[in-house]
Design a protein around this ligand. Structure first.
Ligand code: ATP
Ligand code: MG
Length: 677
């Protein structure tokens, strides 16, 4: 226990980070943590004082039932108070004298295409679009679908929040490193519009990915047609003319032709005549803020519903502490806004803290025009806090150190990762090469459902171990359960669960509260069950071992995917690996491994032998893989996560793949079927 793929060292925070940190020592963390879990009302109540509430809260901070055996599960926080998250993101900061601070630096696909926007200007745009939405008939509680695009996306989501409409952003971008790829799906868009019965769709004419132009409007039109066939017609489709002219830049060329479709409205025309003043709608703490569908790594995406106040407090607080945010930071999160990481850590968290962020949004492909794009951006804006996903780090590792070393990256202080367990190999690369061994690495574990980080190191105090998400954030009480639901103490491995609510936890699955209860609260009554496995080492560090759904049972031994994959990735020819269980007549299941090897190297039988030996050495004889298959590409969600449920079917030779609406590039699966062993 306690190590993955042989990594044992502990890394201390660099003094340049800890000297100025909000939390400088583990004693201070322990102290704050204790307060946060023993008296959550006092802890969060104090934080709430930094925000504007139209009406103050009285009574208990939390009201909840986590125990389904005692009745319906519910979570409420600061009920009775009224506020507006958009007001807290913009007006409040402007009233505090920060109107001229840059809210976002925006970097287009083309390095020559960049712009920025201040808090004041952002508020004016948001108010205008709020008025546009009102003029289109949108009222508090109505749902607005947004099919991502550029900076207007942030404007649209904040405008929804301002007038109390519920935004539902559909991911169409993805961590995709193949620049020729452009398979965006009208089905997944229409499915989500239908599920939430959205009346309005906000989209763009198109976007560039690398050198390729993607016609978003065509996809949106197809989706709208599918919606009508599904019995729900969207009343207006607002289209940003992005390809020819962003509304933040001057007109460059002529505008694209709108299709002969009577719901189309031009963003620019609507905005031109809209007033730049709009009073916020004062929302109840437990009024809904947004719907967001999970990534679909393990099954059909769930429409997670987040609410105003709890989400606001949690987004701001996690952003402040997990990145040790300070007012002079420049913060850069590479995620797509259509993913929860973008919601919490591009839009809401940073704006609530009055941060300056770099946004590459949908168009930012880390390999365009070359694999050093991120580092060029880091140097250009002197980025101090950087946040990305293991899939991006692994992709960049393939190009070696040279594209990274071309830039100084001397402004970097904190490097965050999210989305999947980070293999120690990738962690070390992040730390030593990208971070020059001078940054704190924060491996943040969380979910769409949790609203913000739940397990994470704090950059100024937590000694880190490569591959471990370390300790709980304030207010989070994790436990590890056995199969029988018994809480395990000390070093142990089992189900990760949480014992009490925190402000940012989801309240329900949109339109299906039973699915909410079934998915998260039924397996172990009294606990929130995220669906991930974990282990605790002798120092109390928590290591996420992968999805419970993906665990493999070989001859009675439960194996975690993270552990086997980390061991495969240690081989210097392996760029990426995914392992699944395949039914086996004697062992129950056996290991079936998919490995992507470095470009230019050869997949040979010797390599297969070496890899089998490597896993056997690390896991034990029973863990020797039966199959190792060459995988030029792996099926991934748009947020870059490996979809092992699809790989299980490949291993079995079963072509019925289930819901693949969130898969980034379906063509890789065909290749995998061809290469089966
Ligand atoms: P679905 O729920 O539809 O299968 P998903 O779980 O991939 O999709 P997200 O909410 O985007 O949807 O992802 C949350 C999951 O991502 C976590 O449950 C966990 O499995 C994984 N994850 C996120 N961050 C980390 C991390 N730092 N370490 C390990 N796993 C992580
Ligand atoms: Mg999930």
């Amino acid at each position: 226990l306690g190590t993955m793929a042989g990594e044992t060292k502990t890394y201390l925070p660099p003094s340049c980070v800890s000297d100025v940190a909000h939390v400088k020592t583990m004693e201070q963390y322990a102290d704050m943590y204790k307060q946060s879990v023993e008296d959550p009302g006092k802890f969060w109540g104090k934080i709430a004082e930094n925000f504007y509430f139209k009406k103050h809260h009285e009574g208990e901070f939390f009201d909840y039932n986590f125990d389904i055996s005692k009745g319906d599960v519910y979570i409420r926080c600061m009920e009775g108070a009224t506020t507006n998250i958009c007001y807290n993101c913009l007006d409040r900061n402007i009233n505090n004298g920060h109107g001229d601070k840059i809210a976002f630096y925006w970097e287009g696909n083309d390095p020559m295409d960049s712009t920025s926007i201040t808090y004041k200007k952002l508020l004016a745009e948001v108010c205008k679009f709020s008025n546009v939405l009102k003029s289109l008939g949108v009222k508090k509680g109505d749902r607005v679908a947004i099919y991502p695009m550029i900076m207007e996306l942030v404007v649209a989501m904040l405008a929804c929040a301002r007038i109390g409409a519920v935004h539902s952003i559909v991911v169409c971008g993805c961590f995709e490193f193949d620049l020729t790829f452009g398979g965006f799906s009208a089905e997944s868009l229409s499915g989500r519009i239908l599920d939430a019965k959205c009346d309005i769709l906000v989209t763009a004419d198109g976007v560039y990915r690398g050198t390729k132009l993607i016609n978003l409007k065509e996809i949106a039109d197809e989706a709208l047609e599918l919606c009508t066939q599904g019995g729900h017609t969207v009343s207006s489709c607002v289209v940003v003319s992005h390809v020819t002219a962003s509304s933040f830049c001057d007109d460059k060329t002529e505008r694209p032709a709108m299709r002969p479709c009577n719901v189309d409205r031009s963003w620019k025309d609507l905005m031109q005549s809209a007033s730049s003043e709009c009073d916020p709608e004062w929302m109840g703490s437990e009024d809904p803020l947004f719907i967001l569908y999970t990534s679909g790594s393990t099954g059909i995406p769930k429409g997670v519903l987040h609410h105003v106040t709890g989400y606001m407090l949690y987004a701001a607080t996690t952003h402040k502490y997990s990145f040790d945010y300070h007012p002079d930071d420049v913060y850069f999160c590479t995620a797509d806004i259509g993913w929860i990481t973008g919601h919490t850590y591009i839009t809401y968290g940073p704006l609530l803290n009055c941060a300056t962020s770099v946004m590459v949004a949908f168009e930012g492909v880390p390999l365009f025009p070359d694999p050093s794009r991120y580092w060029a951006i880091v140097d250009k804006y002197q980025v101090s806090k950087f946040y990305t996903a293991p899939t991006a780090i692994r992709a960049l590792m393939k190009f070696g150190e040279e594209p990274i070393k071309k830039y100084s990256r001397s402004s970097l202080r904190v490097l965050g990762t999210v989305g999947e367990p980070i293999n120690p190999e990738a962690w070390m690369f992040y730390h030593t090469v990208i971070g020059n061994s001078k940054c704190s690495i924060v491996d943040t574990f969380w979910q769409t459902e949790t609203g913000g980080h739940v397990l994470t190191p704090l950059p100024g105090c937590t000694p880190t171990k490569p591959g471990s998400a370390t300790f709980p954030f304030f207010g989070i009480v994790p436990a590890i359960l056995s199969d029988e639901g018994v809480e395990l103490e000390g070093p142990a491995e089992g189900y990760l669960v949480f014992k009490q609510p925190w402000p940012g936890i989801m309240r329900t699955v949109y339109g299906d509260h039973q699915r909410f209860e079934r998915t998260y609260f039924t397996k172990f009554p009294g606990y929130y069950v995220p669906g991930d496995g974990c282990k605790r080492d002798e120092d109390g560090y928590i290591w996420i071992t992968g999805r419970i759904d993906d665990m493999i049972n070989v001859s009675g031994h439960l194996l975690s995917t993270a552990e086997v994959e980390s061991s495969l990735i240690e081989h210097n020819l392996v760029a990426e690996a995914a392992v699944v269980g395949k039914p086996h007549s004697v062992k129950g299941e056996c290991l079936y491994c998919f490995v992507t090897i470095l470009e230019g190297s050869e997949f040979t039988q010797d390599l297969v032998k070496e890899l089998k030996e490597k896993v056997r050495h690390h896991i034990g004889a029973f863990g020797t893989p039966d199959f190792i298959q060459n995988a030029p590409g792996l099926p991934k969600t748009r947020s870059g996560k490996i979809m092992r449920r699809v790989l299980r079917n490949v291993a079995k030779g079963n072509r019925d793949l289930g819901d693949v609406s969130t898969m980034a590039d379906a063509s890789v699966v065909e290749v995998l079927f061809k290469n089966r062993v």
